[in-house]
Design a protein around this ligand. Structure first.
Ligand code: 7GP
Length: 838
């Protein structure tokens, strides 16, 4: 109910159809939006029309909160977090907004009274897949937590026209299809053309002397691109805070085309427009690897420059002096993709806003903070100097100057250590020259963090060791977390309701409260309910698999799931070796007593990553043989679920019994899927890598299936000289598995198909599958044993959930707020401010 200021009718209370939350009001608003926004009436409306009408109905309710939030932030000039990320993997908005608004049930009832099914409408949403995997999804979880904790924040990124490709599987191979997420329109965003900004690219620089006789540099670009912000409100869970995700689209500045148009060069003018628009055309589909492409660097400077200019606009609008930029904003760099911010903020302050170097440098360092997300050398971004100079000539000059001052500092701290200077320089001069973006990020930030305790330790000891020795005070750990709103309340309502019926619902905002579940672990009735819920969810997935893959699956089998990007270090092929081991045991002894298992895989491979795609082909080939071999008698099933996405993940996590987290120790920075599975009651089989270490510490070693070499053991083995062939020759089961693949058993007799994969394992095995094979098989045998004791398994499952409190993204965000951002919450009251402003 809202008060309408009206001088004739004081204090009249009406329920506004754009804000009211009652079922009647939602129904009216829904039909109104169908009519006036979609331009349809029920008789001819499509499902998509209904989805859009509902989305607009929900958006109206968001807008009320969003505008109130904006007014309060503006009035108070609140300190704000800017989260800069090339990826935001948001997942579908509608369901999440219903949960966070607290109107899921009302809306379900409203649409059902109109003869529609809410689940059906939710299915309609095309998710914005503007990210690859872990890093992009983490950014999305953090936006949810910042809004829930009422922390003023802005997410800044790129509004890619094509997000991550859709994956099809043809003849077992991955095929990529362009993702057209915008083709039905996006009801969640609002364009803000009035806040457009311009970004320069290419050209050259010129020195000049200004009117005060100071040495200055002017940049004459080859091209200018316009950035137009598109804003999406990000609502917190049961708060009035709605923060903003601001994504930039690239356009050609109109004025630029006129010359070409007037001279009759119509196509030339259109060409310039196309070149500009390319900048926000497509997401690079690589996870954990960097390609060094010009367009990618152009995307990075594009969104970073747009975002920093936007922050400066806000600073001025709020009458904050530019010298206090770092008091108004703290800018978190999500890996090195936005690391060019170091040079760009310096350039804006010095060249465009007349600031001196020292002051600009101090502001830059105080504003920026850097999160590293990977230990893989191939993912550390480096740009060839020639490319850098041709696209960003002014930034290169600034980077040289930063480097000069920085190396002076290093010399002062470590006199006479020229090798250290060479290692630490922002410029790699060992062969072709490169700019090292991680070094730039380290030097230009006041904080450097890893994403799990082990990861941060390895950064300090290895990847960023020199920087740790130089600036130990900058380093800190921020273990990742996930939002329980999307990954429990929305995706697993049955378990959510059971838990809340026992311990109340405070855990949704204070995940540590799940601890109270421990009191029920010996309650047979509760354990029974727990198990029947898991079973019901598994039945749903069985139906889905039947429909999607035409495979019939035994719902009582262990649902053993590995869902994540395909990468050799994540070792989906180690999982494959286990499947074939079981298959071989059955072939050797058809009556063997094996605990039935369903192996489920989901995930995409980077289109140019041949080996990852071959692993997908291998899994599908194994599925074909195992699922159809009469000897197997339904004891094993292998299912590859295509086109893994956030929407899809929400369906998969709740159904898992066993979560596969089997990367080679020392390679997975954290992992976040591991947390989502465990939160939904799956047990983990995993190596001591990334956040697995902390998950095991929390849930207790007795509730976790750990195996394999530790990170120090991996280093030691590699240092001694690792010989995979020795394992092959000395391990009978391993040899039989490899020989089975080599024989063409899974490839219709083709002995060449998987040879590249086998050769790589037999002769290099960079990720030590053979070294970990026996430990993995033994551990899996133990899993099968434990699963037979249903009571024990259920108990372990409950304890896993009860002890997951640490892994809420709310906890991560609180840690960032305290240790890095120095920022407090700003609660939002509804109503007062819009009207107060009139
Ligand atoms: C991922 C890491 O691989 C994963 O371990 C971590 O949980 C996640 O980030 C969030 O911190 N990294 C990426 O997705 C990625 O693209 C390259 O890293 C920069």
């Amino acid at each position: 109910m809202q008060t309408v200021p009206n001088h004739q009718v004081e204090n009249l209370q009406i329920e506004d159809d754009r804000t009211g939350l009652s079922v009647e009001c939602l129904k009216r608003a829904f039909l109104d939006n169908l009519f006036y926004v979609q331009g349809k009436f029920p008789k001819i409306a499509t499902k998509n029309d209904y989805y859009m009408a509902l989305a607009y109905t929900v958006r109206d309710r968001l807008l009320q909160r969003w505008i109130n939030t904006a007014v309060i932030y503006t009035e108070r000039a609140s300190r704000t977090v800017s989260y800069l990320s090339a990826e935001f993997l948001m997942g579908p908005h509608l369901g999440n907004n219903l949960v966070n608004l607290g109107i899921y049930d009302q809306v379900k009832q409203a649409v059902s009274e109109l003869g529609l099914d809410l689940e059906d409408l939710l299915e309609q949403e095309e998710e914005p897949g503007l990210g690859n995997g872990g890093l992009g999804r983490l950014a999305a979880c953090y936006l949810d937590s910042m809004a829930t904790l009422e922390i003023p924040s802005l997410g800044y990124g790129i509004r890619y026209e094509f997000g991550i490709f859709d994956q099809d599987i043809r003849d077992g191979w991955q095929v990529e299809i362009t993702d057209k997420w915008l083709h039905c329109g996006n009801p969640w965003e609002i364009a803000r053309p009035e806040w457009e900004v311009y970004v320069k690219l290419g050209g050259h620089t010129e020195a000049y002397t200004d009117e005060h006789g100071r040495y200055r540099v002017r940049w004459i670009p080859y091209q200018v691109v316009k950035g137009v912000p598109h804003d999406t409100p990000i609502l917190g869970y049961k708060t009035n805070t709605a923060n903003t995700l601001r994504l930039w689209t690239a356009e050609a500045p109109e004025s630029f085309d006129f010359g070409a148009f007037n001279s009759g060069d119509y196509l030339g003018a259109v060409q310039a427009k196309m070149v500009s628009e390319n900048l926000s055309k497509v997401l690079y589909p690589n996870d954990d690897s960097s390609q060094g492409k010009r367009l990618r660097l152009a995307q990075q400077i594009f969104f970073v420059s747009c975002s920093l200019q936007d922050m400066i606009r806000i600073v001025f609008r709020q009458n904050v002096p530019l010298e206090k930029f770092h008091e108004k904003f703290v800018v978190q760099l999500n890996d090195t993709h936005p690391a060019i911010a170091v040079a760009e903020l310096m350039r804006l302050l010095i060249d465009e806003h007349d600031m001196g170097w020292d002051q600009a440098w101090s502001i830059t360092q105080k504003s920026l903070a850097y999160t590293n997300h990977t230990l893989l050398p191939e993912a550390l971004e480096r740009w060839p100097i020639s490319l850098f100079r041709s696209l960003l000539p002014r930034h290169l000059e600034i980077i040289y100057e930063i480097n000069y001052h920085f190396l002076e500092e290093v010399k002062a701290k470590f006199p006479g250590d020229s090798d250290r200077l060479r290692r630490m320089s922002l410029i790699d001069e060992s062969g072709e020259k490169y700019v090292r973006m991680a070094h730039l990020a380290c030097v230009g930030s006041h904080s450097i963090n890893g994403v799990a305790a082990l990861h941060t330790k390895l950064l300090q000891q290895d990847v960023l060791r020199d920087f740790y020795q130089m600036y130990p005070e900058k380093f800190n750990n921020k273990t990742n977390g996930v939002t329980p709103r999307r990954f429990m309340v929305l995706s697993n309502p049955r378990l959510t309701n059971l838990i809340s019926s026992k311990i109340g619902d405070s855990w949704i905002k204070h995940l540590k409260d799940l601890k109270k579940l421990e009191a029920f672990v010996d309650d047979p009735e509760f354990c029974h309910q727990w198990r029947s819920i898991k079973s019901a969810i598994k039945h749903d997935l069985v139906a889905y698999i039947q429909k999607q893959n035409g495979i019939s699956v035994n719902p009582d089998s262990i649902f053993d799931i590995q869902a994540k990007r395909f990468h050799e270090y994540k070792r989906q092929h180690l999982n494959a070796l286990h499947i074939i081991t079981l298959y071989n045991r059955i072939k050797a002894n058809p009556d063997i007593d094996i605990t039935p298992r369903t192996f489920i895989f989901g995930g995409k491979a980077a289109p140019g990553y041949y080996m990852a795609k071959l692993i997908i082909k291998l899994l599908n080939s194994i599925a074909d043989v195992v699922n159809n071999d009469p000897d197997v008698r339904d004891r094993l099933k292998v299912v590859f679920l295509k086109d893994y996405s956030v929407k899809f993940a929400q369906r998969v996590y709740p159904a898992a019994d066993l979560s596969e987290q089997i990367s080679m120790a020392g390679k997975e920075a954290s992992g976040t899927g591991n947390m989502k599975f465990a939160l939904n009651g799956a047990l983990t089989i995993g190596t001591l890598d990334g956040a697995n270490v902390e998950i095991r510490d929390e849930v207790g070693a007795e509730n976790f299936f750990i195996f394999g070499l530790t990170a120090p053991e991996v280093y030691a083995l590699k240092a001694r000289g690792y010989r995979p062939l020795d394992y092959y020759h000395s391990n009978r089961e391993l040899k039989a598995v490899i020989d089975r693949i080599a024989s063409g058993h899974f490839s219709h007799g083709d002995t060449q198909l998987f040879k590249p994969l086998l050769d790589s394992l037999l002769h290099r095995d960079e990720y030590l599958l053979f070294a970990d094979y026996q430990a993995y098989i033994d551990c899996q045998d133990n899993v099968s044993q434990v699963y037979r004791d249903r009571d024990r398994w259920t108990r372990m499952s409950i304890l896993n959930v009860a002890r997951m409190g640490k892994f809420s993204s709310d906890r991560s965000i609180r840690d960032y707020c305290q240790d890095i951002w120095n920022i407090q919450s700003v609660p939002i009251e509804l109503g007062e401010c819009i009207q107060a402003k009139e």
